[in-house]
Design a protein around this ligand. Sequence first.
Ligand SMILES: Cc1ncc(C[n+]2csc(CCOP(=O)(O)OP(=O)(O)O)c2C)c(N)n1
Ligand code: SF4
Ligand SMILES: [Mg+2]
Length: 293
Amino acid sequence: MTTQVAEANTPINPVEPFLRMDRMPHIWCPGCGIGTTVNCFARALTSSGYDLDKVAIVSGIGCTGRVAGYLNLDSFHTTHGRAIPFATGLKLANPELKVVVYSGDGDLIAIGGNHLIHAARRNIDITVVCVNNMLYGMTGGQVGPATPNTAIASTAPYGAFEQPFNLPFLADSCGAVYVARWTSYHVRQMTRAMREAMAKPGFSFIEIVAPCPTLYQRRNRLGDGLDAMKYYKQRSTRKDGASTRDVDIDFQGDIVVGKFIDRERPTFLQAMNHRFTERLGSRYTPYPTGLED
Ligand SMILES: Cc1ncc(C[n+]2csc(CCOP(=O)(O)OP(=O)(O)O)c2C)c(N)n1
Ligand code: SF4
Ligand SMILES: [Mg+2]
């Protein structure tokens, strides 16, 4: 009997301990790519060796914004667009924490775009995972700043006509020290990238192109989640080190994936300590950065 109970309590899936199983079933639609990214993130944590009491996850609002609520970590579900400033405060108040922002393209690049560019510029020591399903999923599939030109969205019935952001180029040009893009098809590469980004001091950014079958796929007559996986498999090309200028995503065009940027730059706190020590000498006690040996 005791053995049976022990067996019943043994998780079948190795990522289960990282999830709040009491909150299942999750809200995501069948075939949605967000769940795949969460599985990869949990796997990245499994192999990272981090003390999970020192890992915090911050999301904004949206279908992707629900991720924080499903992870068995210190989780913060903040207001729309404000995950990055919240994460910045958390990191500065407690530099020992590993802080990960996990949100959607609308949350991070539209309403929260200003925070993204400044956190990258300052090299705040956080990791940002952006699930790019190319529209505002949660609110009904409206056009957003990552919607490819000509793609149909609920507020763009004749096709989007605004120039979309190239997310890796945006993060790179603002100073991010680690920039990668994968799709939800690339589970191993995505997991590795998440692990690398969390280990990298400074502002790291991972874009994950993932399908929204309910709104984006359906309106654009692109099939279901599995069709999206086939498309990602067939039309993605890995180009590590590619210039981020050259990785725009066109509607149903090829998708360049890979690790584009991996550079060294002092984090915000390291730069502050350096400057203050230079000017004040022993009168200044360096602020903890979380990167001390
Ligand atoms: C201040 C404010 N404005 C607008 C909204 C409505 N809203 C909720 S989620 C969302 C967009 C989410 O899009 P994205 O971040 O791409 O997430 P997805 O649902 O696609 O994963 C919007 C506009 C809101 N909650 N708060
Ligand atoms: S609406 Fe789209 S993004 Fe939201 S859960 Fe459904 S498939 Fe995923
Ligand atoms: Mg979105």
